[in-house]
Ligand binder design. Structure first.
Ligand SMILES: [Zn+2]
Length: 218
């Protein structure tokens, strides 16, 4: 969910619940895993959609949805490559985390994947937009970094939820694994919730499909 900036324990970037020995830098690493898991889980009901299945193979539906849910953190690479300040519109958790931007981009991707306007494009656009929107909402639950420009361009305020139970992760693989249990434990309830919701949707849509297919003969 976040990047290359050190936190301190004062001001908006404070990370209140980190272990006291941690000189924490924020990185996208563990959060990218959770963003992917949440996006893939939320996509499970789409496996029942005939129009989406005509557009994509089953394996690609959770895979692409997970990737699109993690994709907003590509802004970290943009910042690094172009030396963009974190707190600017093009910085981390700025434009690429805006709800309107994510809906537009994912709708366009769906149009391209479905080769034009169609029920599949509409359903795929809705699915990918929902999965992508899970990203800024999860970022708003983290205890470090700057807030999210969720309503850009209508507002440049950076937002957090009042409840921020997800811990940020340190930069680098070794540092991450040194705190992996601490980080992943804070993210696990949200991963589990997304897969529970996705599986429930998958089951319900299966029941609707089977009752619909039986109806004409009854
Ligand atoms: Zn993010």
């Amino acid at each position: 969910m976040t990047v290359w900036f050190p936190t301190n324990n004062s001001g908006p970037e404070s990370s209140n619940n980190l272990p006291p020995s941690s000189a924490f830098w924020l990185s996208p690493m563990a959060s990218a895993i959770s963003h992917f898991v949440v996006g893939a889980g939320l996509a499970l009901p789409a496996l029942r959609s005939a129009s989406i299945r005509q557009t994509l193979p089953a394996w690609a539906i959770p895979l692409i949805s997970g990737i699109l849910a993690a994709a907003p953190d590509l802004d970290t690479f943009l910042m690094s490559a172009l030396d963009i300040p974190y707190n600017s519109v093009l910085g981390h958790r700025g434009l690429l985390h805006s709800a309107l931007f994510l809906v537009i981009v994912n709708s366009l991707l769906a149009l391209a994947a479905a080769h034009g306007a169609s029920p599949a494009a509409a359903r795929l656009g809705a699915l990918w937009s929902c999965c992508a929107l899970s990203h800024p909402l999860m970022d708003m639950l983290t205890d470090g970094g700057l807030g999210v420009m969720l309503w850009y361009p209508f507002s440049e305020h950076r937002l957090f939820f009042g409840w921020r139970p997800i811990h940020v992760s340190p930069l680098g693989v070794r540092r991450f694994f040194a705190h992996a249990a601490y980080i992943l434990k804070s993210e696990a309830p949200f991963d589990l919730a997304a897969w529970t919701i996705g599986q429930a949707g998958w089951l319900v849509s299966g029941l609707r499909t089977s009752s619909g297919s039986r109806a004409p003969g009854q």
